[in-house]
Write a protein that binds this ligand. Structure first.
Ligand SMILES: [Fe+2]
Length: 288
Protein backbone atom coordinates (compact mmCIF):
# COMPACT_ATOMS: atom_id res chain seq x y z
CA UNK A 1 0.00 0.00 0.00
CA UNK A 2 1.30 3.48 -0.90
CA UNK A 3 1.11 6.13 1.83
CA UNK A 4 -2.19 7.99 1.52
CA UNK A 5 -2.40 11.78 1.29
CA UNK A 6 -5.26 13.14 3.37
CA UNK A 7 -6.45 16.71 2.91
CA UNK A 8 -7.69 18.37 6.10
CA UNK A 9 -9.81 21.52 5.82
CA UNK A 10 -9.17 24.34 8.28
CA UNK A 11 -12.33 23.43 10.22
CA UNK A 12 -11.05 19.90 10.76
CA UNK A 13 -12.07 16.59 9.22
CA UNK A 14 -15.68 16.08 8.16
CA UNK A 15 -17.86 14.03 10.53
CA UNK A 16 -17.27 10.35 9.81
CA UNK A 17 -13.83 10.96 8.26
CA UNK A 18 -10.98 8.93 9.77
CA UNK A 19 -9.50 10.39 12.94
CA UNK A 20 -6.32 12.31 12.13
CA UNK A 21 -4.17 10.54 14.72
CA UNK A 22 -5.25 7.17 13.35
CA UNK A 23 -4.47 8.22 9.80
CA UNK A 24 -1.05 9.58 10.80
CA UNK A 25 -0.09 6.49 12.78
CA UNK A 26 -1.12 4.35 9.81
CA UNK A 27 1.35 6.22 7.61
CA UNK A 28 -0.70 8.99 6.01
CA UNK A 29 0.54 12.45 5.11
CA UNK A 30 -1.93 15.07 6.37
CA UNK A 31 -2.16 18.14 4.14
CA UNK A 32 -3.62 21.37 5.48
CA UNK A 33 -4.30 23.47 2.37
CA UNK A 34 -5.41 26.72 3.97
CA UNK A 35 -3.72 27.50 7.29
CA UNK A 36 -2.37 31.03 7.69
CA UNK A 37 1.30 31.80 8.25
CA UNK A 38 1.85 35.26 6.73
CA UNK A 39 5.26 36.87 6.21
CA UNK A 40 5.34 40.65 6.55
CA UNK A 41 6.95 43.10 4.08
CA UNK A 42 10.37 42.88 5.76
CA UNK A 43 10.25 39.08 5.94
CA UNK A 44 9.49 38.71 2.21
CA UNK A 45 13.23 38.89 1.58
CA UNK A 46 13.66 35.47 3.18
CA UNK A 47 11.84 33.91 0.22
CA UNK A 48 13.53 36.10 -2.40
CA UNK A 49 17.04 34.88 -1.79
CA UNK A 50 18.59 32.36 0.62
CA UNK A 51 19.71 33.86 3.94
CA UNK A 52 22.05 30.97 4.60
CA UNK A 53 25.78 30.71 5.00
CA UNK A 54 25.73 27.76 2.58
CA UNK A 55 27.82 25.52 4.84
CA UNK A 56 24.90 23.48 6.16
CA UNK A 57 21.86 22.23 4.26
CA UNK A 58 19.51 24.39 6.34
CA UNK A 59 19.26 27.26 8.79
CA UNK A 60 17.79 26.29 12.13
CA UNK A 61 17.00 27.21 15.70
CA UNK A 62 17.48 24.79 18.57
CA UNK A 63 16.54 24.63 22.20
CA UNK A 64 14.70 27.00 24.52
CA UNK A 65 17.15 29.80 23.67
CA UNK A 66 16.32 29.36 19.95
CA UNK A 67 19.92 29.95 18.92
CA UNK A 68 20.12 30.56 15.18
CA UNK A 69 22.61 28.47 13.18
CA UNK A 70 23.67 28.62 9.54
CA UNK A 71 22.09 31.98 8.72
CA UNK A 72 23.46 34.86 6.65
CA UNK A 73 22.48 38.55 6.47
CA UNK A 74 22.80 41.62 8.68
CA UNK A 75 22.30 41.26 12.44
CA UNK A 76 18.79 42.70 12.05
CA UNK A 77 17.94 40.31 9.23
CA UNK A 78 19.22 37.34 11.18
CA UNK A 79 17.20 38.33 14.22
CA UNK A 80 14.07 38.70 12.09
CA UNK A 81 14.69 35.30 10.50
CA UNK A 82 15.05 33.85 13.98
CA UNK A 83 11.69 35.40 14.88
CA UNK A 84 10.08 33.78 11.81
CA UNK A 85 11.36 30.40 12.99
CA UNK A 86 10.14 30.98 16.55
CA UNK A 87 6.74 31.94 15.13
CA UNK A 88 6.71 28.81 12.99
CA UNK A 89 7.48 26.71 16.05
CA UNK A 90 4.45 28.27 17.77
CA UNK A 91 2.36 27.64 14.64
CA UNK A 92 3.41 23.96 14.67
CA UNK A 93 2.54 23.58 18.35
CA UNK A 94 -0.86 25.18 17.71
CA UNK A 95 -1.45 22.77 14.82
CA UNK A 96 -0.76 19.80 17.09
CA UNK A 97 -3.03 21.21 19.81
CA UNK A 98 -5.88 21.92 17.41
CA UNK A 99 -5.78 18.90 15.08
CA UNK A 100 -3.91 16.23 17.08
CA UNK A 101 -5.05 16.97 20.64
CA UNK A 102 -4.28 13.38 21.70
CA UNK A 103 -0.60 14.31 21.39
CA UNK A 104 -0.77 17.60 23.30
CA UNK A 105 1.59 17.53 26.26
CA UNK A 106 3.25 14.38 24.90
CA UNK A 107 4.95 15.78 21.80
CA UNK A 108 8.18 17.69 22.36
CA UNK A 109 9.33 20.17 19.75
CA UNK A 110 12.95 19.91 18.63
CA UNK A 111 14.66 21.82 15.80
CA UNK A 112 12.92 24.30 13.51
CA UNK A 113 14.45 24.83 10.08
CA UNK A 114 14.36 27.29 7.17
CA UNK A 115 15.24 25.50 3.93
CA UNK A 116 16.03 28.11 1.32
CA UNK A 117 17.86 25.99 -1.25
CA UNK A 118 16.45 24.33 -4.31
CA UNK A 119 16.43 20.56 -3.79
CA UNK A 120 17.71 19.91 -7.32
CA UNK A 121 20.70 22.19 -7.21
CA UNK A 122 22.48 20.53 -4.34
CA UNK A 123 24.11 17.36 -5.61
CA UNK A 124 25.11 15.44 -2.56
CA UNK A 125 26.54 12.01 -1.80
CA UNK A 126 24.01 9.18 -2.11
CA UNK A 127 23.66 9.02 1.67
CA UNK A 128 22.61 12.66 1.89
CA UNK A 129 20.60 12.59 -1.34
CA UNK A 130 17.06 13.07 -0.07
CA UNK A 131 15.55 12.70 -3.55
CA UNK A 132 15.92 8.95 -2.95
CA UNK A 133 13.05 7.24 -1.14
CA UNK A 134 13.92 6.79 2.54
CA UNK A 135 12.72 6.95 6.11
CA UNK A 136 14.40 9.47 8.38
CA UNK A 137 17.13 8.35 10.78
CA UNK A 138 19.65 10.56 12.56
CA UNK A 139 23.20 9.16 12.63
CA UNK A 140 24.51 11.10 15.64
CA UNK A 141 21.27 11.45 17.58
CA UNK A 142 19.81 8.10 18.67
CA UNK A 143 16.02 8.10 18.78
CA UNK A 144 15.33 4.97 20.82
CA UNK A 145 11.67 4.82 21.84
CA UNK A 146 10.68 8.08 20.17
CA UNK A 147 8.87 8.86 16.93
CA UNK A 148 9.80 11.62 14.47
CA UNK A 149 6.82 13.80 13.59
CA UNK A 150 7.47 16.59 11.10
CA UNK A 151 5.46 19.64 10.14
CA UNK A 152 6.41 21.20 6.81
CA UNK A 153 5.21 24.32 5.02
CA UNK A 154 5.90 25.50 1.48
CA UNK A 155 6.64 29.25 1.58
CA UNK A 156 7.74 29.62 -2.05
CA UNK A 157 6.72 33.09 -3.31
CA UNK A 158 6.40 32.28 -7.01
CA UNK A 159 4.04 29.32 -7.12
CA UNK A 160 6.70 26.61 -7.16
CA UNK A 161 5.42 23.41 -5.55
CA UNK A 162 7.41 21.22 -3.19
CA UNK A 163 7.60 17.89 -4.98
CA UNK A 164 7.73 14.64 -3.05
CA UNK A 165 7.56 10.99 -3.83
CA UNK A 166 5.94 8.75 -1.24
CA UNK A 167 6.55 5.03 -1.18
CA UNK A 168 5.04 1.81 0.07
CA UNK A 169 4.05 1.12 3.67
CA UNK A 170 6.82 0.53 6.18
CA UNK A 171 6.02 -3.13 6.90
CA UNK A 172 6.19 -4.11 3.20
CA UNK A 173 9.49 -2.25 2.83
CA UNK A 174 10.91 -3.79 6.02
CA UNK A 175 10.08 -7.34 4.86
CA UNK A 176 12.29 -6.79 1.81
CA UNK A 177 15.21 -5.04 3.50
CA UNK A 178 15.54 -6.20 7.11
CA UNK A 179 16.88 -9.68 6.18
CA UNK A 180 19.79 -7.99 4.35
CA UNK A 181 20.88 -5.70 7.22
CA UNK A 182 23.97 -6.35 9.38
CA UNK A 183 23.36 -7.57 12.93
CA UNK A 184 23.38 -5.20 15.90
CA UNK A 185 26.35 -5.11 18.26
CA UNK A 186 25.65 -3.63 21.73
CA UNK A 187 29.42 -3.45 22.21
CA UNK A 188 30.07 -1.22 19.20
CA UNK A 189 27.04 0.89 20.17
CA UNK A 190 28.64 1.48 23.59
CA UNK A 191 31.92 2.32 21.89
CA UNK A 192 30.32 4.90 19.56
CA UNK A 193 28.76 6.58 22.60
CA UNK A 194 32.02 6.47 24.57
CA UNK A 195 33.83 8.10 21.65
CA UNK A 196 30.98 10.67 21.46
CA UNK A 197 30.33 9.78 17.83
CA UNK A 198 26.74 9.35 19.00
CA UNK A 199 25.09 11.55 21.64
CA UNK A 200 23.64 8.52 23.42
CA UNK A 201 23.93 4.76 23.04
CA UNK A 202 22.51 3.55 19.75
CA UNK A 203 19.72 1.05 20.35
CA UNK A 204 19.06 -1.87 18.03
CA UNK A 205 16.21 0.20 16.62
CA UNK A 206 18.58 3.07 15.76
CA UNK A 207 21.00 0.60 14.22
CA UNK A 208 18.29 -0.91 12.03
CA UNK A 209 16.93 2.48 10.96
CA UNK A 210 20.34 3.82 9.95
CA UNK A 211 21.09 0.72 7.92
CA UNK A 212 17.60 0.77 6.39
CA UNK A 213 18.09 4.42 5.42
CA UNK A 214 21.38 3.57 3.66
CA UNK A 215 20.21 0.29 2.11
CA UNK A 216 17.14 2.02 0.65
CA UNK A 217 19.11 4.90 -0.82
CA UNK A 218 21.74 2.60 -2.33
CA UNK A 219 19.27 0.28 -4.03
CA UNK A 220 18.66 1.99 -7.37
CA UNK A 221 16.48 -0.86 -8.66
CA UNK A 222 14.22 -0.41 -5.64
CA UNK A 223 14.24 3.38 -6.09
CA UNK A 224 13.06 3.01 -9.67
CA UNK A 225 10.57 0.18 -9.35
CA UNK A 226 9.18 0.29 -5.78
CA UNK A 227 5.52 1.26 -5.41
CA UNK A 228 5.45 5.06 -5.27
CA UNK A 229 3.43 8.16 -6.07
CA UNK A 230 4.29 11.78 -6.85
CA UNK A 231 2.88 14.45 -4.54
CA UNK A 232 2.82 18.25 -5.03
CA UNK A 233 2.62 20.59 -2.06
CA UNK A 234 1.74 24.04 -3.36
CA UNK A 235 2.81 27.29 -1.65
CA UNK A 236 0.72 27.95 1.44
CA UNK A 237 0.17 24.27 2.13
CA UNK A 238 1.27 22.70 5.40
CA UNK A 239 1.82 18.94 5.68
CA UNK A 240 2.42 16.66 8.62
CA UNK A 241 3.76 13.13 8.72
CA UNK A 242 5.75 10.61 10.74
CA UNK A 243 8.92 10.74 8.63
CA UNK A 244 10.36 7.66 10.37
CA UNK A 245 7.40 5.64 9.06
CA UNK A 246 6.48 7.16 5.71
CA UNK A 247 8.80 6.45 2.79
CA UNK A 248 9.51 9.76 1.10
CA UNK A 249 11.89 11.59 -1.22
CA UNK A 250 12.06 15.35 -1.80
CA UNK A 251 12.25 15.85 -5.56
CA UNK A 252 12.13 19.61 -5.93
CA UNK A 253 11.08 22.95 -4.59
CA UNK A 254 12.66 25.91 -2.83
CA UNK A 255 11.83 27.77 0.40
CA UNK A 256 10.27 25.65 3.08
CA UNK A 257 9.83 25.73 6.83
CA UNK A 258 10.05 22.56 8.88
CA UNK A 259 9.45 21.67 12.52
CA UNK A 260 10.68 18.40 13.99
CA UNK A 261 8.82 16.95 16.98
CA UNK A 262 9.37 13.82 19.03
CA UNK A 263 6.62 11.62 20.42
CA UNK A 264 7.29 8.69 22.75
CA UNK A 265 6.13 5.39 21.23
CA UNK A 266 4.16 4.79 24.45
CA UNK A 267 2.21 8.03 23.83
CA UNK A 268 0.86 6.85 20.48
CA UNK A 269 -2.81 5.94 20.18
CA UNK A 270 -1.50 2.52 19.13
CA UNK A 271 2.21 1.84 19.81
CA UNK A 272 1.96 -1.36 17.73
CA UNK A 273 1.94 0.80 14.60
CA UNK A 274 5.34 2.34 15.35
CA UNK A 275 8.38 1.40 13.23
CA UNK A 276 9.90 0.11 16.50
CA UNK A 277 7.15 -2.52 16.88
CA UNK A 278 6.87 -3.23 13.14
CA UNK A 279 10.60 -4.03 13.02
CA UNK A 280 10.25 -6.30 16.08
CA UNK A 281 7.44 -8.17 14.30
CA UNK A 282 9.54 -8.40 11.13
CA UNK A 283 12.38 -9.98 13.15
CA UNK A 284 9.99 -12.11 15.21
CA UNK A 285 11.45 -10.92 18.54
CA UNK A 286 11.65 -7.78 20.68
CA UNK A 287 14.42 -5.34 19.77
CA UNK A 288 17.45 -5.01 22.08
FE1 LIG B 1 13.64 12.70 4.93
Amino acid sequence: MISPILSVPRDGPAPGAPALVDALENGAVLVFPDLDFPLDAFEQRFVERPFADGKAKNVNIRGAAATLKGAAGSPEEQERLRQVLIRYRTFAQALVDRYLPAYTGKVSLAGTSYRPFDVDRRKLSWRRDDTRLHVDAFPSNPIGEKRILRIFRNINPSGQPRLWRVGEDFASMAEKFVPKLPGYSPLSARLLAALRITKAKRSEYDHLMLHLHDALKQDMAYQASAPQADVRFTPGQTWVTFSDLVMHGAMGGQYMLEQTAYLPVAAQADPERSPQRILARTLGRPLQ
